[in-house]
Design a protein around this ligand. Structure first.
Ligand SMILES: O=C(O)CCC(=O)C(=O)O
Ligand SMILES: [Fe+2]
Length: 232
């Protein structure tokens, strides 16, 4: 028996171990989701001031045009957590994203100014973003468009143990300003899929959930920069 066999056996073993490790992680994750869920109160999106969700906001043609204008390397499966930061002027198909922001948000929060900074983030299954508030260098009002795949974003208010799962469908827009932007945290759990409630006709029984595996998703976050922010 030569070294090569030994090496390949080792390699096979480590793959199996990795799969087992992944399964164990997923199971641990389910358990922790269930335990966590029991001690937090799930609230509806309408109860979070400054949080709005708009499904089917972007026409499919525009979604495709934007995806096609981005570098292919961004979407490689081999690289998780890829990001691209862009500042004005944005490339052509992205400029129209301003037009799809609700007019009341543009006038009340951004005072009729367009987005200045955007970040494109790619999430392969298993990727996420830790609970956070956006940096103070960004002004009030954050708009996030979703592309390719649906994903669940979780908003939490830890001091009151409140949480709200918001299913971000592809083509949707979610907006946060005021309390939703400055007091609540938002995150995308690092998972290969999400538990999604099936709509229940009966208001009294809690909705059943189904596990929906994720596929590759990307988001475009549009923000403004605070007036007196200095770089460096
Ligand atoms: O990708 C997303 O949907 C969220 C991104 C985000 O929260 C951020 O960049 O601060
Ligand atoms: Fe964020």
């Amino acid at each position: 028996m030569g070294d090569t066999t030994f090496d390949s056996e080792l390699f096979d073993d480590s793959c199996e171990e990795e799969n087992e490790f992944d399964r164990a992680l997923q199971e641990a994750d389910q358990v922790s989701i269930e335990n966590e869920a029991s001690s937090w109160t799930q609230v509806p999106i309408e109860s979070i001031p400054g949080l709005s969700y708009y499904p089917n906001r972007l026409p499919p043609d525009l979604q495709n045009q934007i995806a096609n204008a981005l570098p292919d390397s961004l979407f490689s499966d081999m690289n998780s957590g890829r990001q691209l930061h862009l500042y004005v002027p944005f490339p052509e198909p992205m400029q129209s994203l301003n037009k799809y922001l609700p007019s009341e948000f543009l006038s009340n929060v951004w005072k009729d100014q367009p987005a200045e900074a955007s970040i494109i983030q790619v999430y392969n299954p298993g990727d996420g973003i830790i609970p956070h508030k956006d940096l103070d260098m960004f002004a009030d009002g954050v708009a996030i468009y979703s592309f390719f795949s649906d994903i669940t974003m979780v908003f939490t208010l830890p001091s009151q143990k409140l949480k709200c799962d918001v299913r971000l469908q592809k083509g949707s827009l979610v907006i946060m300003y005021g309390p939703a932007r400055y007091q609540w945290l938002h995150e995308i759990p690092f998972r290969g899929g999400d538990w999604v409630p099936l709509s229940s006709r009966d208001e009294l029984t809690p909705p059943k959930q189904t596990w929906i595996p994720r596929t590759q998703r990307f988001s475009i976050t549009m923000r403004r920069i605070v007036g007196n922010h200095t770089f460096g």
